[in-house]
Design a protein around this ligand. Sequence first.
Ligand SMILES: C[S@@+](CC[C@H](N)C(=O)[O-])C[C@H]1O[C@@H](n2cnc3c(N)ncnc32)[C@H](O)[C@@H]1O
Length: 502
Amino acid sequence: MNPRAPRGSAAALPTPAQVAASPLARYRPLLDDWDAFAAALCRPLPTCVWAQPARISVGDLANLLAEEGIAAYSVPWLPGALRLPEETRAGQHWWYCAGLAHAQETVSQLPALLLDLVPGQRVLDLCAAPGGKTAQIALALDNRGTLIANDISTARIKALQGNLDRLGIVNCTTTCTDGANWPAAGGQFDRILVDAPCSSEGTLRRNPSLIGRFDPGAPARLAPRQRALLRKAVQRLKPGGRLVYSTCTFAPEENELTVADILAEYPAAVRVVPATLPGVITAPGLTHWAGRDLPADLTHCLRIWPHHNDSGGFFIAVLEKDAGTAAGPEPEPAGLDPADGDAWLPELAAHYGLPHDYWAGFRAHRQTRRGLHLMAADHHPPAWPKAEGSGLFFHRTNCRPPKPTTGAAMVFGPLATRCRIALTLGQRDHYLRREQFDPTHDQLSANPPGQVLVTYRGQVLGVAVLHRSGVIESLFPSRWSGCTGGGVVQGLETDDDFAPAL
Ligand SMILES: C[S@@+](CC[C@H](N)C(=O)[O-])C[C@H]1O[C@@H](n2cnc3c(N)ncnc32)[C@H](O)[C@@H]1O
């Protein structure tokens, strides 16, 4: 094993000499502490997770991790997050499978904080996959209302949906379209995030092989696509709305120059507003680059250099649209099929002993023949662009007997009063590996044969079948089955595992 290779990567970390010889050398004039910058890029990046606040507080997560032998420590400028020892593969642990946490690099968590989110806003995440920021937004909206997460890549939308299901998100519709052509029929939004595809220079600590692959032509090549995405976001923003444009690159062509071009196209409609991130060391946006003077307001943009906060690199601009601009048309609502939701949900509530009014905050709809999706009652997806999915795939009704999904079990399970088995450590590992196992005498006598929820340390892991023959069959999803206590090589993909998408 290469001692300089960071967690999960075969590539060696670069040396300061390699950084100095790379295309990053053009940023030397922007930094009076170049050596510290280059040294930071040669250190691996600590894993970072945030707690799913509806399921566990960050303090309780830290205690749970300590009991699991993981020495997590807090990040002073990111109160909901914990840094983990470098070698930790979060996606291999049971608490990750149980949707208690999400792995996301510290700086990658910052753009969503600047959206100034409150429940009730209609929000668009234009370049959303694999979805760390989408999940942050969904939870900041209190898992209610209407969030649309779009990405151009079908494969990446699938990964995003997996993350949202694991975290119990019910206020999000996913769409798969070119964000630069987001249709006017989709309506306008109070908040839009454009976390643009970029040359990813700021992810070098996570993807060290990039050092030999930086293409000096990439920023100029990517800028038109970034401009097109930002332009469309300006058009789809409601009067008085706020949008955040972010990249994980240092390249001014993809950052200040892109923002400057859009400001020039919409001089009366949008402006860059000051943004502060308490406790985070940031540098102002550039107002001069490569012989071009840029608007003075670009100093309000934030540059985050890796050596200032022991993080990756990021660029963030916050733009607001003038309240006096003309509003666009209201979106046409999607026609959802509520058909048989009313029939299935009471049955599920009766089986698991849920409170009689449990479903009041939700609505179910049939999106495919496989079963029902569950959405927040006030989630209203537009008819266009056509949704990949609205809400959480919840109840499989094309099998006998019908089965709630693992994501569903983690949503309603905490309030279940019947058919619920607390697993031992050994049973937990059998369950997560999809193996059959024996119940204890007490488990057997307390539950009738049939479907049961399984929990570990009070947290819902999913669904199983207690057979009349006296064995428990795991219904844990096969694609998640690398998750165990932490001792296996495969596991859930985390955002950290995703290659940068250019
Ligand atoms: C930096 S990543 C987004 C990361 C994501 N916001 C997160 O926090 O997990 C950029 C994403 O933009 C997507 N993308 C590239 N071109 C696009 C386009 N024209 N429209 C929409 N998405 C696009 C890529 O597939 C990629 O998933």
